[in-house]
Design a protein around this ligand. Structure first.
Ligand SMILES: C[C@@](CO)(OP(=O)(O)O)[C@H](O)COP(=O)(O)OP(=O)(O)OC[C@H]1O[C@@H](n2ccc(N)nc2=O)[C@H](O)[C@@H]1O
Ligand SMILES: Nc1ncnc2c1ncn2[C@@H]1O[C@H](COP(=O)(O)OP(=O)(O)O)[C@@H](O)[C@H]1O
Length: 290
């Protein structure tokens, strides 16, 4: 059996900097990966099948036959290799769905990786990245799996950057918020290019320096997301009110919001605080992957 974690991505900042002729929005975003992860397992079998498990499996059961990104990844890889896709796959879904954490894209990237090993595919990194791009704009960044700025529609990935070893809290209202709805609701003009450099050029910055750079940039999708799910405003207020919160914002197109803390202990204390006062929200306390 071959297994791999599929980590959730967090957009530490997200700026909408333009629009493509086809209507897609051009982004400038800093992406990092969290200790929160789905898990993809693959075993040899006579046919292709997918079993779902974990706390967020149930909204996806209808997709276990065709549309699940894990199966689409398997089919795309097999087509590229010119083979019949044969594997028994298991997806343990720990990441909330349609939540701005890129769980589906992470699953697709992990599926490409485990199946490449299972099927003995000898593809160059660039070839796997090309298959990933065909599955979704966020899949190549999940395949790369490093903290980096991304541009274009997210498919252009910058060099690896270092983050401070800070604590991370994620909060989701358990209301799905489709990415397409948020982009449709974006009313503001694209942001101007940012002259300020990120504080990572000489290694990981302090949490305070990171927070300052994120504050100037923010997330340009926040107002649109709050107009669709007003509870996001309450989540941001709750995160800001926790002791030791150095920065809080929404990830991607929402509705998940994140808070940054000096360390994992401070993050866990904040998470508990929020879980006790808002028991209906999903909360997670952890860190970023190195
Ligand atoms: C916003 C981001 C930031 O990382 O993440 P999520 O919040 O989804 O996790 C991503 O760019 C999400 O990319 P991806 O997940 O591939 O988006 P899709 O589901 O393909 O997009 C759904 C729809 O949103 C609009 N869309 C999406 C991406 C983009 N850069 N501009 C757009 O205008 C398009 O109308 C598209 O048809
Ligand atoms: N394995 C998967 N995990 C999550 N979503 C999936 C998966 N396969 C297909 N999808 C579809 O992709 C959509 C986006 O899912 P997800 O990646 O969780 O969103 P986001 O990028 O906003 O966090 C879902 O609404 C769902 O319909």
């Amino acid at each position: 059996m071959i297994a791999r974690n599929a980590p959730a991505k967090v957009n530490l900042y997200l700026r909408v900097v333009g629009r493509r002729a086809d209507g897609y929005h051009l982004l400038d975003s800093l992406v990092a990966f969290a200790t929160l992860a789905d898990r993809v397992e693959a075993e040899t079998a006579d046919a292709l099948s997918l079993r779902l498990d974990g706390p967020f499996a149930y909204p996806l059961v209808v997709e276990s036959t065709g549309d699940n990104l894990v199966l689409r990844a398997a089919q795309a890889l097999a087509a590229r290799l010119g083979i019949v896709p044969r594997a028994q796959l298991k997806l343990t879904k720990n990441i909330p769905v349609a939540a701005g954490l890129g769980g589906g894209s992470a699953d697709a990237a992990a599926a490409l990786q485990v199946l490449s090993t299972l099927w003995g595919a000898d593809l160059a990194e660039a070839e796997l990245a090309e298959i990933a791009a065909g599955l979704g704009a966020d899949v190549p960044m999940c395949l790369a799996g490093r903290t980096a700025t991304v541009s274009g529609i997210g498919e252009q990935i910058g060099p690896g950057l270092g983050l401070p070893a800070c604590g991370l809290v994620l909060v989701h209202p358990l209301v799905p918020l489709p990415t397409a709805d948020v982009f449709r609701a974006v009313a503001r003009r694209p942001s101007a290019p940012m002259a300020d450099a990120l504080p990572m050029r000489h290694g990981p910055p302090t949490v305070a320096a990171l927070a300052q750079a994120l504050t100037i940039r923010g997330n340009d999708l926040t107002d649109a997301a709050v107009s669709l799910v007003p509870e996001i405003g309450a989540i941001l207020a709750a995160l800001h009110a926790t002791p030791g919160c150095r920065y809080a914002a929404m990830s991607g197109s929402g509705a998940t919001c994140f808070g940054l803390y000096e360390d994992v202990l401070a993050a866990e204390a904040a998470r508990l605080d929020i879980a006790q006062t808002h028991p209906r929200w999903w909360t997670y306390g952890g860190a970023f992957l190195g």
